[in-house]
Each structure stands twice: as structure tokens, then as C-alpha cells.
Design a binder for this molecule. Structure first.
Ligand SMILES: Cc1cc2nc3c(=O)[nH]c(=O)nc-3n(C[C@H](O)[C@H](O)[C@H](O)COP(=O)(O)OP(=O)(O)OC[C@H]3O[C@@H](n4cnc5c(N)ncnc54)[C@H](O)[C@@H]3O)c2cc1C
Length: 428
């Protein structure tokens, strides 16, 4: 009987591992709780009505040929019996494995304040992005008919928490959406009523970049009308807005992009975990003491040669996925094993609004329009297929020349109601 490889998670890492095992003498089962592979780096553009969901996601099974040795299962993994080598799923029962690759990614962490999650949106899944889009658009609709100035101000304020690349990109895109595209469509909403605040607990934004690049990004955000509050620690988030120390910023929309934690796969296999819950792995990405189980991507903590854990980035997950596939192929063939995993760092980028970015490629640092152009080309190339690349290219070109947003329809019956209980009482 052929050996069985089970891969949990069809994100960047899991998909790369499955692709690397196509044609190998193994039966591969790729399980994901969604039916699509998602290009998370562009989620914020779906959230801000610049792209449609199908532009950045593809049905996972469409990425494999029907005769490939990869079976795609839409299901949720609930537990793992490592001794019996079985994965327990919600609907498909128990799946036996000879090799297991855990690629379950990460979730947002509210640093022990889980009650904030009720009032702060995160951008991790397609549902999250669509819900943010709906909330941003609905807040404008409600503000247009709101006579109370204080309530209008709250409706038109959005606070983004976390000055890393996701927060910076999100704040810039919301500013473009609200202050450039939407404001022109509403008769009673004025530009100076729209407030986008980016809150960062540290002394500067984009700390992974050089201070000069953080400064450039800060300036670019300022030009877009984003108010950046540095050294500002959030002490509370509730239905009124965000509190910094004892100062409340009334806001109908709050987006949290401040910290991540790995999904609970370490507990499934009783493995040692880093502080953020990710599984500490060996130099070959296997779990210590469990050589047939591997953890990759955001769910793994891999110490590079300099002793630092690799960052939670798509290229890390992809390269680890490819590496583990190669290792399993070598083990199956009894061939010499590849050496330890080595991350090839191509650099990092963060985009600010419609035409500015910062990019750090080691000795080459770019900023402004050139960095944005590079960012756009790189992201177009990284999208999963030709269809996504063409539709994103068209959408970006259209938006660049017209500043219009293609995807701003509110389609659900239950449009969010932002009124706080106290505002509702006033109305009654
Ligand atoms: C908004 C945002 C912007 C980002 N921007 C960038 C960027 O610009 N550049 C960059 O390099 N990185 C970026 N990242 C980070 C990058 O997306 C991650 O590092 C990468 O997705 C990690 O890949 P992964 O395979 O480990 O996990 P993921 O890609 O998150 O995939 C995990 C998969 O596991 C599935 N899953 C989880 N639990 C279960 C379960 N119990 N059962 C079944 N399936 C399960 C999930 O549905 C998901 O499909 C961004 C992330 C976010 C959220």
C-alpha cells in the first residue's frame, strides 16, 4: 500500500507542500476548513472595496488535476492521535497517516483581552474582509442620515490598531476609500468629518523596516489624511470605540491588527510551543521526538541560524512547504536527505495608499512610487493563477486612473447597526 501524507491547511505552506508531492509515490490528502486558497496579503483590498473576493482566492481543488495523487477535503481537523497516526476531522471521521504536515497558520491575538473581539474586526479570512467592507460602507450610509454631530463623528471614525504592515496598509486603504472615493458620493458627509486613526503602542510604525522608511511611511499616511498615534497603548475596546489610557476615541469601526497567535495545533500533538503558540520545530521542520510530523508556516516556530524565529510571512511558509515535500520524497526513495531548511529572504514591502510603498531588499531600499510599482508587480506575479492576475491587473488599472472602487455594494439583508445602546435609547 502507498504511504499516506495528510496535510492540514491549504494556505501558502500546505499548498506548496501538496504541489511538491504531486506525482510522488504517496497518497496525499489536503484538508482545509474552507474550499479555497486565499491570498491573504491582498485581503485588505477586498475589505476596502478595491477587489472582489474571487480576485484573491481560488477553489483549492481547481489547483490540482483530477488525476493527481492529491485528494482535497473540505473539513475541519479537531484533534490528532499521534501514537495511532490518525487525524480526527469533524465530518470525514479519522484519517490515518504515515506523514503529517501541519500548516494551520495563525489567528489574531487580543493579548488576553478576548472580550475586545466582539467590537474589533480582524482581517484574516475572506469572511472577515467582507464583514469589514460591509461595516465601513454601512457606517457611511448611517452617517448620511444621522442628525446628531457627535454620533456622525463616531460613525465616520475608524481606528486601526497595530502599526505593522497590515495595519499600515489597512489604514491607508481605508483613507483612500473614505476620503477619496466615498466622500464624493454622499451629499451631507464632509471630508473633515472622516477620521482614520492608526494606533501603535511602540515609538514608530513598521518596526521591521529601517527608521528612515518608517518615517517615509508615516509621512505618506499623513498625506492621505490618516492620523497616526504613536506610543499609544489600547486599554479598552467596546461599543463606543477605543480607549487609549483613559482617553476614548469614539469609533463605529475598529480594526485589530496588533498581534497573532498560532492555531492550536501544538496541543493536538502535545508538542512544545513558543510564546505565540507555534510549534517549535527541528532544523528539518519536524516536531521534536515525532519525526513523521512536520509543522510549517505561521503555525511553526523555526529558529534561523542567527537564533531568531523566522517571521510569519508567506515566503517562509511556501519555502518550508516545498522543503518538507522534498524531504518526504527523499525519505520514501531512500535517497540522501536534504540538509536543514534554509530560508531565502527576498525582502519585505509595505504599501501605503494608492501609489506609495516602502521596500527593503537588504542592500536595496526603495520608497515612494518606485517601491509601489515593485510591490504591484511582485504581488501580481505571486497571485495563484492567470485569471486572478488578469482581473487584479484590470481592477488596479481602473482604480488607478478613476480612483473608483469596484466592489462597494451592500448586499446582505442584515446591514450592521452601529448605534450604541445609549444612542438607541435617546432615539426612543
Ligand atoms: C491581512 C494580512 C496581510 C498579510 N500580508 C502579507 C504580506 O504582504 N506578505 C507576506 O509575506 N505575508 C503576509 N501575511 C502573512 C501571510 O499571509 C502568512 O504568513 C501566510 O499565510 C502563512 O501561511 P500558512 O500556510 O502558515 O497559513 P495560512 O496561509 O494562514 O493557511 C492556514 C490554512 O489552514 C486552514 N486551517 C486552520 N485550522 C484548520 C483546521 N483545524 N482544520 C482545517 N483547516 C484549518 C485555514 O483555513 C487556512 O486555509 C499577511 C497576513 C494577513 C492576515
Amino acid at each position: 500500500m502507498q504511504k499516506r501524507v495528510v496535510i492540514v491547511g491549504a494556505g501558502f505552506g500546505g499548498l506548496a507542500a501538496a504541489k511538491g508531492l504531486v506525482g510522488a509515490p504517496v497518497d496525499v490528502t489536503l484538508i482545509d476548513r474552507t474550499n479555497h486558497h486565499l491570498f491573504q496579503p491582498l485581503l485588505y483590498q477586498v475589505a476596502t472595496a478595491a477587489l472582489n473576493p474571487s480576485d484573491i482566492a481560488a477553489a483549492t481543488r481547481s489547483l490540482f488535476a483530477p488525476r493527481d495523487n492529491v485528494r482535497v477535503l473540505m473539513d475541519e481537523v479537531q484533534a490528532i492521535d499521534s501514537a495511532a497516526q490518525k487525524v480526527k476531522t469533524s465530518e470525514s471521521g479519522e484519517l490515518p497517516f504515515d506523514y503529517l504536515i501541519l500548516a494551520t497558520g495563525a489567528d489574531y491575538s487580543f493579548f488576553g483581552n478576548d472580550q475586545w473581539a466582539e467590537h474589533a474586526a480582524v482581517v484574516k479570512t475572506m469572511e472577515d474582509a467582507l464583514s469589514i467592507r460591509e461595516r465601513l460602507l454601512a457606517a457611511f450610509e448611517q452617517a448620511e442620515k444621522e442628525p446628531d454631530p457627535a454620533e456622525r463623528a463616531r460613525l465616520l471614525t475608524c481606528v486601526v490598531v497595530g502599526g505593522g504592515p497590515t495595519g499600515v496598509e489597512m489604514a491607508g486603504a481605508i483613507a483612500e476609500l473614505g476620503r477619496t472615493s466615498l466622500v464624493a458620493d454622499y451629499r451631507y458627509i464632509k471630508l473633515d468629518e472622516i477620521r482614520i486613526v492608526l494606533v501603535e503602542a511602540g515609538p514608530r510604525i513598521l518596526t521591521a523596516f529601517e527608521p528612515g522608511q518608517s518615517e517615509q511611511a508615516l509621512k505618506a499616511l499623513g498625506n492621505l489624511g490618516v492620523e497616526v498615534q504613536l506610543a499609544a497603548s489600547v486599554s479598552n475596546i467596546d461599543d463606543r470605540g477605543v480607549t487609549i489610557g483613559d482617553r476614548l476615541i469614539p469609533a463605529a469601526n475598529v480594526i485589530w491588527s496588533a498581534g497573532t497567535k498560532a492555531r492550536p495545533s501544538a496541543a493536538w500533538i502535545d508538542a512544545a510551543a513558543a510564546r505565540n503558540g507555534s510549534i517549535i520545530v527541528e532544523p528539518d521542520c519536524s516536531v521534536p521526538g515525532q519525526p513523521t510530523i512536520f509543522a510549517i508556516g505561521d503555525g511553526a516556530s523555526y529558529q534561523d541560524t542567527d537564533g531568531k524565529a523566522l517571521p510569519g510571512l508567506a515566503p517562509v511558509a511556501k519555502q518550508q512547504g516545498r522543503y518538507v515535500a522534498k524531504l518526504i520524497r527523499a525519505r520514501l526513495a531512500g535517497a540522501p536527505l536534504p540538509g536543514p531548511f534554509k530560508y531565502r529572504n527576498w525582502g519585505m514591502m509595505a504599501v501605503v495608499g494608492r501609489s506609495k510603498a516602502v521596500a527593503d531588499f537588504g542592500s536595496i531600499k526603495l520608497s515612494g512610487f518606485v517601491a509601489w510599482l515593485t510591490w504591484s508587480l511582485v504581488h501580481l506575479m505571486l497571485l495563484i493563477d492567470f485569471r486572478s492576475r488578469s482581473s487584479v491587473y484590470l481592477a488596479w488599472s481602473y482604480a488607478w486612473f478613476t480612483r473608483d472602487r469596484i466592489a462597494r455594494l451592500l448586499t446582505r439583508k442584515s446591514v450592521p447597526n452601529f448605534q450604541t445602546p445609549s444612542a438607541q435609547e435617546k432615539r426612543i
